[in-house]
Design a protein around this ligand. Structure first.
Ligand code: SF4
Length: 419
């Protein structure tokens, strides 16, 4: 864990790397510290799926933007010191951090100071420098700016490990109300272009085409991001959209960012979306991706949102008493995966272990990775119930729906800014 002082020292060192030896820090970067959390550098340890423990340096190529999205701290009309990293500066910073052993991979995102085509030119230049001149073969995650040219999309997809797209909302009309310059059909068309390129590359690799030596990890799939609670879209609409998009293949996962009101924006007085809502959406999306759930099986409140008080898998299990209890000694992997507290690893271990000796009780199940406080009430072992109670809601001082509180907080930055 980095202490604040360590982090600040590293950020200062990295910013100094952007300086040219002869001329020092360019005037464009002199106010980088004044931009606070919206400055260009942000060291985060993330696991993007390219290998355990990959540490990413997150770089905001610029916090300048010509768009005026109502929810965004970087919107055109908001007072903010604006900083722009040139592609060569971005590359110097990243390689300096990597040389020091601080990071292994790169995450690049950006505002749109001019137009998407110009911004994409800068991103492509940075990635070409890294891959071709400096022979960096590791993980690079880059934000594709919707509205780019087809040739740019092809080039960026060939250079990056993972491409992400900010869709923001599942409904085009709702998106237009909060992001007047954005278009959902344009973003979706770009997503389909990237998808077809990723699928084509994966198919070629499956047929024996050798890996590109400049990008040995190949295409790691796409991600897409939604702002939750900035539009009236329900969780059902969000999850159904994600399921439709995932069905076409090449999507790694979806990102959800709970809306936070930002000072000096048109949405400053709109209430924040509960962080727990974002968490429940991630859990529901995980059910589709890793547990074999269909979108229609997810359980919602009458409002169309996920119940905040209950994990979505437990909500499904409680709504389907006819599917329980599940017998540990004979249930198949898919059946075990439906039990709250049993994940893919634990389900696999139970099936494998049963070939030798059957688990004898809760202790054995815990050893195999089962969360028995959740699973016990949904299981039998040789016909005997392992636990009589199924699931009790966690006790809290107030209902999760009230998490955003009765008073209103407005923020300077939103967690979704760097996704
Ligand atoms: S969300 Fe993106 S495009 Fe919109 S104002 Fe913010 S940085 Fe610009």
């Amino acid at each position: 864990m980095l202490r604040d002082t360590d982090l600040q020292r590293k950020l200062d060192t990295l910013m100094s790397l952007a300086a040219d030896d002869r001329d020092g820090v360019p005037p464009r970067l002199r106010h980088a510290r004044d931009a606070g959390a919206l400055g260009p550098l942000n060291i985060r340890s993330l696991r993007p799926g390219s290998g355990p423990g990959t540490r990413l340096l997150r770089i905001l190529m610029t916090n300048a933007c010509s768009y005026n999205c109502h929810y965004c701290p970087m919107r055109r009309d908001r007072e903010l010191p604006r900083i722009l990293l040139k592609p060569a500066e971005l590359v110097r910073i990243f390689l300096g951090a990597r040389r020091r052993g601080w990071v292994d991979g790169l995450f690049v995102t950006t505002g749109i100071p001019s137009n998407p085509v110009k911004v994409m030119d800068g991103l492509i230049e940075a990635l070409e420098l890294l891959r071709e001149r400096y022979r960096f073969g590791g993980y690079i995650h880059v934000k594709l700016v919707a509205g780019a040219e087809t040739a740019q999309i092809e080039r960026l997809t060939a250079l990056a490990s993972r491409i992400s797209l900010n869709l923001e909302a599942p409904c085009g009309q709702h998106l237009a109300q909060i992001a007047p310059e954005k278009s959902l059909p344009v973003a979706l068309a770009d997503l389909e272009r990237v998808r077809s390129l990723v699928i084509r590359e994966r198919t070629a690799r499956a047929h024996g085409k050798p890996a590109d030596p400049l990008r040995p990890g190949g295409a790691a799939g796409m991600t897409m991001q939604f702002v939750v609670g900035a539009t009236p879209d329900t969780d059902r609409t969000l999850i159904d959209s994600v399921a439709r998009l995932q069905a076409g293949g090449a999507i790694h996962h979806a990102h959800f960012s709970a809306f936070r009101p930002i000072t000096d924006t048109p949405m400053e007085s709109v209430p924040a979306a509960p962080a727990l809502r974002e968490h429940r959406l991630y859990q529901a999306e995980h059910l589709l991706r890793a547990y074999g759930f269909a979108a229609e099986e997810v359980v919602y409140e009458p409002s169309g949102n996920l119940p905040l008080a209950t994990d979505p898998k437990i909500a499904w299990a409680l709504a389907h008493p006819e599917r329980f209890p599940v017998e540990v000694t004979s249930a198949g992997r898919a059946e075990l995966l439906r039990v709250p507290g049993i994940g893919p690893v634990a389900a696999g271990r139970i099936v494998a272990e049963r070939a030798g000796a059957t688990p004898r009780g809760l202790t054995d199940l815990r050893r195999l990775g089962v969360v028995t406080a959740w699973a016990g009430g949904f299981l039998t072992l040789r016909g005997r119930r392992l636990q009589t109670t199924r699931w009790a809601e966690q006790l809290g001082f107030w209902a999760p729906e009230e998490e955003a509180g009765s008073y209103h907080l407005a923020y300077e930055v939103s967690p979704g800014t760097f996704r």
